[in-house]
Ligand binder design. Structure first.
Ligand SMILES: Nc1ncnc2c1ncn2[C@@H]1O[C@H](COP(=O)(O)OP(=O)(O)O)[C@@H](O)[C@H]1O
Ligand SMILES: [Mg+2]
Length: 188
């Protein structure tokens, strides 16, 4: 995503004009395709995807969920050293009816006092010399709006050891949603 695209996204969400096309969504193929894309660009990070054998479908907008994953992977690559592991885990959330996606890296991490601020518009930490510090501080702001736009939550915690671990939730496809979708799209 370039600067203009990000600005357009940011202003659309501020104007409340973001439209979500939520449908039953299989997270694993989406995550795999994003990881494949970044793995081909970044030969210096190792990607691991961990998903339980049976996982319910999510209910979300495929493109927007793709942007969420993209932004978090982009940051994990940008703020962690070459040779580092980047792990994407999907599981049922402790919150009933939700799935949880977490993306963790072995990078510089985020000091506890900035865990809320990193999601603010234009907020950037001074990552220090030697780190790629180009950026506009819009990625996480947009990401948070996209997550919340489909009723999820996003937060950052320490990755055990070192690095950052970003987690977002996304509703799970439930029976009720399922029948609603069938009505809406007239499938079956
Ligand atoms: N995985 C991460 N590890 C450490 N710091 C991070 C990570 N992701 C984001 N940050 C910090 O949060 C700030 C905001 O991120 P973001 O909104 O994506 O903007 P940008 O990447 O353009 O700086 C970044 O400038 C960086 O300081
Ligand atoms: Mg970013």
């Amino acid at each position: 995503m370039d600067f203009v695209e990000r600005m357009l996204d940011a202003s659309a969400l501020e104007a409340g004009k973001m439209v979500f096309d939520r449908r039953p969504l299989s997270l694993l193929p989406l995550i795999k395709s994003k990881v494949k894309f970044f793995a081909s660009r970044s030969s210096v990070h190792y990607f691991q995807v961990r998903v339980p054998a049976s996982l319910p479908l999510a209910f979300g907008d495929e493109n927007k969920t793709g942007v969420i994953i993209n932004n978090l992977l982009e940051n994990a690559i940008k703020y962690s050293p070459e040779g580092g592991n980047i792990t994407i885990e999907v599981d049922r959330s402790r919150q009933d009816g939700y799935l949880e996606v977490s993306i963790s890296d072995e990078g510089i991490g985020i000091p506890a006092e900035y865990r809320e601020e990193v999601f603010e518009r234009f907020f950037r930490l001074n990552a220090g010399a030697g780190w790629k510090t180009d950026g506009q501080g819009l990625g996480l702001y947009i990401t948070k709006a996209l997550v919340e736009g489909q009723n999820g939550r996003i937060w950052v915690a320490d990755r055990p050891g070192k690095g950052a671990c970003f987690t977002f939730t996304i509703p799970q496809l439930t029976e009720e949603v399922d029948s609603e979708v069938e009505r809406e799209y007239g499938s079956k």
